[in-house]
Design a protein around this ligand. Structure first.
Ligand code: ADP
Ligand code: ZN
Length: 731
């Protein structure tokens, strides 16, 4: 590779950027990638945590091409290694893997290439790497650094512990001059610390990416004719790649059959199948011979397919970690994708049964807690993006993600949640905050159980307050009040009691959200911005997809290795008419231009001539990644006319029967959307002056210092309103 600088100077980020452009055809690194790459270039041990699709591979691949010597990549799965090496080779990067699938002569061949200094990236499995022969061999070769992929496998606390990873701790001793860089998508703090200490990293730089995946739209819907629900979603995405996860093998087979009956090419994948069948089905999916794979959790690790447009869970996963990882297989290319989870209370029971039957039946409290958290995510009407991100310990600031069923108002909420909450909270107080969820739910629902009579709880004024709604509904709402912090669940017996905010809610101060039990609203709309389709000729896209599939088959590589969906859309949007213009398309590096440029140019020529389409359309739309965006909810729109008439927040809240805090959010949308510059209808002149004369108190846009400076006399709302109007005036 010609971009390698002389060994005397330390390569810079600019060198890596040039490599990115030349080899991958991408313009810029994503923010954390740049940091991660710098630590590799500076040979400083590091741990990079990026969610699936965040672009971990480039963090070690790009610098490997900038430094002298060969980078050694440790990877747990043979399929994963092969995919990565295929992808690298397709980009013209000389790389190889060594594992048990190779013949002796193939291995010798690779060794010769290494000796000649030709290989820039060598992929190995940990057990292969740690053999004495391999270690000795590598010591004589010029190893630039080690990259440990899927590094959470080293931690017994992670969800995929692999004992053979433990041996990697010797790398720091055996290769004192090579830095070690670990990569994983698992976020939890303890696992992170464990990785660093298990690998014996020296003063490691730990970088944790943003756990939000803004291009994914999450929906959690209650099961009601699961098969039909799955079929409807698949139908909506006809012609696109998708994964359907089921809890059991039986379920996998039933679902695959049902999809086949609706003429959809769906294949099954589970541990009960023969290796050959499994591999054949996986291959068909990757090469786009079938659109849908129906699988148990056994499927997915090591699947790099970047253009999975949707992931359906036909059953609740057992933890949010699992959910994040499995749903995260959608939209790795940063294009909008949908994740739908279909759940029922029965799923929780199924998992509990499986856990109790497991090896570590003696202590599955951790597993149960994870399951509870997953259940909470499904049942509580809070923004899914927010809930997931916060579960992983990060903060989520947007009030409306615009990409989940809650924010899109597809989840049906009860009309008067405050009164309903009051009933429930009073019920909890009447049982003296000494009982658990089940008991409280039964009392509220007016159960005839002996224990309730024995305790005299059938005499309480709250007994049977929710008799019409039933025990299941009462349980659901208690759960939701716990998740929203109005109730606390504590102690060995998990008794429930009121929190501070619960006590305020009794006095109608609060904004709980409770859902209507039963089935979720159906016919979900497409959400997340579909900007990435703007200007794309769908017919041309389909034609290019076919060409890609043919080229992939001929070369026996996954389709996305030829070009990703984002690149195909860009072709079908810009419709370049010369090879020079093809080279400008994002995702077209030098090698791919040489290998596939003409084929795609010809296909574009053919299609555009027949369809008489304009060529060389300049790209004005930014395709990736999908940014967090504020979406205006239908109810917010309804509020605009009141605000336009100068109504106050209180007045609008009254008129619309909404909580004040909700309406404050609407006002914010109104101000931004209509570019309002005058805040006087909502903030008095004196307050406004105070805010404007203390702007220096804002820290990086954070309002807290100002709020505290005024001892809470000026509300966050007022500050926000004044600032928004000021910003509108300036723009
Ligand atoms: P991960 O290993 O973290 O799941 P990958 O390395 O597979 O993620 O990258 C996900 C996708 O994003 C790939 O299609 C990759 O080519 C693309 N990608 C990575 N970095 C960039 C970048 N800087 N610009 C554009 N696309 C990128
Ligand atoms: Zn949301």
């Amino acid at each position: 590779m010609k971009m390698r600088p002389s060994s005397s100077s330390v390569p810079t980020l600019e060198n890596a950027q040039a490599v990115l452009r030349e080899v991958w055809g991408y313009d810029a690194f994503r923010p954390l990638q740049a940091d991660s790459i710098e630590s590799v270039l500076q040979q400083k041990d590091s741990l990079t945590v990026l969610p699936t699709g965040g672009g971990k591979s480039i963090c070690f691949q790009a610098p490997a091409l900038c430094v002298d010597g060969m980078a050694v990549v440790v990877s747990p799965l043979i399929s994963l290694m092969k995919d990565q090496v295929d992808a690298l080779v397709s980009n013209g990067v000389s790389s190889a893997f060594i594992n048990s699938t190779l013949s002796l002569s193939e291995k010798r061949d690779i060794a010769e290439q290494i000796d000649r200094g030709e290989i820039k990236l060598l992929y190995v499995a940990p057990e292969g790497l740690l053999s004495d022969r391999m270690l000795d061999y590598l010591k004589k070769s010029n190893v630039s650094f080690f990259a440990i992929d899927e590094a959470h496998c080293i931690s017994a606390w992670g969800h995929d512990f692999r004992p053979e990873y433990r041996g990697l701790r010797i790398l720091k001793h055996e290769f004192p001059h090579a830095s070690v860089h670990a990569f994983t998508a698992t976020a939890s703090g303890p696992v992170r610390d464990d990785i660093v200490s298990q690998l014996g990293l020296a003063d490691a730089k730990v970088m944790v990416g943003d756990f939000d995946r803004p291009n994914l739209t999450y929906r959690m819907i209650r099961a009601n004719k699961r098969l039909q629900q799955v079929a409807d979603i698949v139908e909506k995405h006809r012609g696109e790649s998708g994964i359907v996860y089921c809890i059991s093998r039986k379920e996998v087979e039933r679902t695959a059959l049902a999809l086949e009956q609706m003429n959809c090419t769906a294949l099954a994948y589970h541990a009960g199948m023969s290796d050959r069948d499994r591999k054949a089905n996986q291959d068909a999916f990757i090469k786009e011979k079938c659109d849908v794979i129906v699988a148990t959790v056994a499927f997915g690790m090591g699947i790099d397919k970047s253009n999975v447009r949707y992931v359906i869970h036909s059953g609740m996963p057992k933890s949010i970690e699992h959910y994040q990882q499995e749903s995260g297989r959608a939209g790795r290319d940063s294009l909008e994708s949908e994740c739908v989870l279909i759940y029922s209370g029965g799923d929780v029971v199924t998992w509990k049964r499986i856990m109790e039957g497991g090896d570590n039946a003696h202590d599955n409290s951790g597993a149960l807690r994870s399951l509870e958290a997953m259940n909470a995510l499904c049942t509580s009407p809070v923004c899914r993006h927010k809930a997931i991100v916060e579960y992983f310990g990060q903060t989520y600031t947007s009030d409306n993600c615009g990409a989940c069923d809650v924010c899109l108002e597809e989840v049906e909420l009860v009309e008067d949640p405050i009164t309903l909450s009051q009933k429930i909270l009073s019920g909890v107080i009447r049982t003296q905050e000494r009982f658990g969820i089940a008991h409280n739910a039964k009392v509220l629902a007016g159960s005839n159980e002996k224990r309730i009579r024995d305790l005299g709880h059938d005499q309480l004024s709250t007994f049977g307050l929710l008799a019409d709604e039933g025990v299941a509904a009462a349980r659901l709402w208690i759960d939701q009040l716990i998740q929203q912090g109005y109730l606390l669940q504590t102690g060995e017996y998990q008794t429930i009691s009121l929190s501070e905010s619960g006590r305020r809610l009794i006095r109608r101060d609060g904004n709980p959200k409770l859902t209507v039990p039963g089935v979720s609203k159906s016919s979900p709309r497409r959400s997340v911005s579909v900007d990435s389709w703007d200007g794309v000729d769908r017919g041309l896209f389909a034609a290019l997809r076919e060409l890609r599939s043919r080229l992939a088959s001929e070369r026996n590589v996954p389709a996305y290795i030829i070009f990703g969906d984002a690149t195909l859309r860009e072709f079908a949007r810009c419709r370049p008419d010369s090879i020079e213009r093809v080279a400008l398309i994002k995702g077209v590096g030098e090698k791919k231009l040489e290998d596939f440029g003409l084929a795609f140019l010809e296909a574009i020529n053919d299609y555009c001539t027949t369809a008489n389409l304009q060529r060389n359309v300049s790209t004005v739309v930014k395709v990736e990644p999908v940014q967090k965006r504020e979406v205006i909810r239908p109810n917010a729109f309804a509020s605009f006319e009141h605000f336009r008439a100068g109504a106050s927040i209180e007045e609008v809240a009254e008129k619309m029967g909404r909580a004040k805090s909700t309406v404050t959010g609407y006002l914010q949308s109104f101000l931004q959307n209509e570019k309002i510059t005058d805040s006087s209808a909502w903030v008095d002149e004196q307050t406004k002056t105070k805010i404007l004369s203390h702007l220096h108190l804002l820290e990086e846009g954070k309002m807290k210092p100002m709020y505290e400076f005024f001892n809470g006399e000026i509300s966050y709302e007022s500050i926000r309103i004044v600032l928004t109007c000021k910003r509108n005036a300036e723009s």
